[in-house]
Design a protein around this ligand. Sequence first.
Ligand code: ADP
Length: 258
Amino acid sequence: INIHSTALYDAENSRMGTLIIFHDITRLRRLETMHKDFAANVSHELQTPLTTVKGFIETLQGMMPSNAPGSYEHFLHIIEKNVNRMVALINDLLALSRLERLQGTGVEFEHQDLATLIQGAVHACDSQMKEKKINITVECPDNASAPVDPLLMEQAILNLLDNAVKYSPHESRVNVKVTPKEQQIQIIIKDNGNGIAKEHLSKIFNRFYRVDKARTRNEGGTGLGLAIVKHIVQYHHGNVSVTSEKGRGTAFTLTIPA
Ligand code: ADP
């Protein structure tokens, strides 16, 4: 039940009483839960047929006769790429609905070593980094730690690193900097990439929002990466902010309680 109250005054401005409004939101909450369950169930159900399709693509690739027309291999490659894109999308949708369920559960986290966690994320985007010859540097004081869910926080940092590499030119630099403050820890992920124009900045954390739709689809993104980052950080009672300059680069700042 939502409760609102307000004081009531007469024409002489003397207090007459209080108006209290009770708003029963049970139905609304039930609908919200149904909606979330539906998204999670659909995503889950789609995983099984996609796994089968993936398996048969691999079988066909292995069975390809050496005299098969070149277009066969090319078409199979297109099917594989699109199936992989659907798998990534479903995984991200499932991750988001799990995070929605976790919000407000009041879990207490154990302290984790941040350098190890960041190295894990850097390691996970090693192949994209090498492909574009991008150098990722990490500045993290010894023994810097924070109470976090290690898998989720690594995922948030990985999503930001992945974007930094994706939206930066070849041979550029990406920097991760950890700064412990009194009550908080700040993690900044900064790139020298194409940047984001001001008018888009407030919207990029929305689901499926992309600055350049055609380009980012080609890059293989799902459009959910930053929405996931925002949910993970909120689950840790922190916040995420962004500053960017078109053509010069972007910096994402994660602030979490220490
Ligand atoms: P996507 O899967 O499309 O990358 P995200 O939610 O991760 O989805 O990001 C949303 C959009 O924000 C991207 O499509 C891109 O336009 C923009 N963006 C995110 N990170 C960066 C960055 N480091 N540099 C430039 N643009 C970025």
